[in-house]
Design a protein around this ligand. Structure first.
Ligand code: GLP
Length: 245
């Protein structure tokens, strides 16, 4: 694993944007795996700036987001599709039809999960996967568990996740209880991975996930087994690993 400790949140986003830009410049038809949450917003802001300066084009890029809340339509302000359009897709030249989020409202969610997995495979697999990390060590919505869930699947959200994500909703009861998410195998099949973490609330989980035991109870710990992972943290999230890297 490659660790980068950036001086602050904006610097973390800039470094990550350079990695994404290098991917897209060297392979213009790259398949990107994208993440939501507060953490990657500085990355998306920087990618939009690079695009607006004419330094990068998303003309032939495809993307697949990690996850979506079950029950939310793409037009819902709390859906991850809405988030992605708001922060990235509506400001760059990625083609409509080339970006994807798993759908949270189909009648048959298991069929949607299978279909999403198939679409990623048909696109040639993910070249670069962007990840955040939940306070409980989740990646996408792969929650702490007794086993690593492999493929895209439907999951119950952990109470810690509902607690952490309630800030985006009017009240805790409004946070969906289920989500559809890429699985651990889906994520591990990506050719390269960039994981971002920012703020002191992530310091302890970053240490446990990347310097501790590999176990499904801390889903992000499995990334220690991937051959091409870059972990970019700001100085606060990097506080408990800085002595070790
Ligand atoms: C959500 C997403 C994750 C994300 C996590 C962290 O639960 N499903 O993919 O990594 O939030 O969010 P934040 O970046 O806001 O801390």
């Amino acid at each position: 694993m490659n660790f980068i400790i950036a001086k602050d949140y904006e610097a973390m986003g800039r470094i990550a944007a350079n990695i994404v830009a290098a991917q897209v410049l060297t392979k213009p038809d790259s398949v990107l795996g994208l993440a939501t949450g507060s953490t990657p917003i500085s990355l998306y802001r920087e990618l939009v700036a690079l695009y607006k300066r004419g330094e990068i084009t998303f003309q032939n890029v495809k993307s697949f987001n990690l996850d979506e809340y079950v029950g939310l339509l793409p037009t819902d302000q709390n859906s991850y599709m809405y988030f992605m359009k708001y922060h990235l897709f509506d400001h760059i030249n990625i083609k409509e039809g080339n970006y994807h989020c798993p759908k949270g409202t189909p009648k048959d969610l298991h069929e949607e999960a299978k279909n999403y997995e198939r679409m990623i495979r048909d696109a040639g697999g993910i070249d670069l996967q962007v990840l955040g990390i939940g306070p409980n060590g989740h990646i996408g919505f792969n929650e702490p568990s007794m086993k690593f869930e492999k493929a895209t699947h439907i999951t119950d959200l952990d109470d810690k996740t509902i607690e952490a994500n309630k800030r985006f909703f009017d009240k805790k009861e409004d946070v969906p209880k289920k989500a559809i998410t890429m699985g651990i195998k889906t994520i591990m099949m990506a050719k390269s991975i960039v994981l971002l973490a920012s703020g002191s609330s992530k310091a302890e989980i970053v240490k446990q996930a990347f310097l501790g035991e590999i176990m499904p109870n801390i889903p992000a710990s499995v990334l220690q087994l991937h051959h091409n992972v870059t972990v970019i943290v700001d100085s606060e999230a990097g506080e408990s690993i800085k002595m070790h890297v």
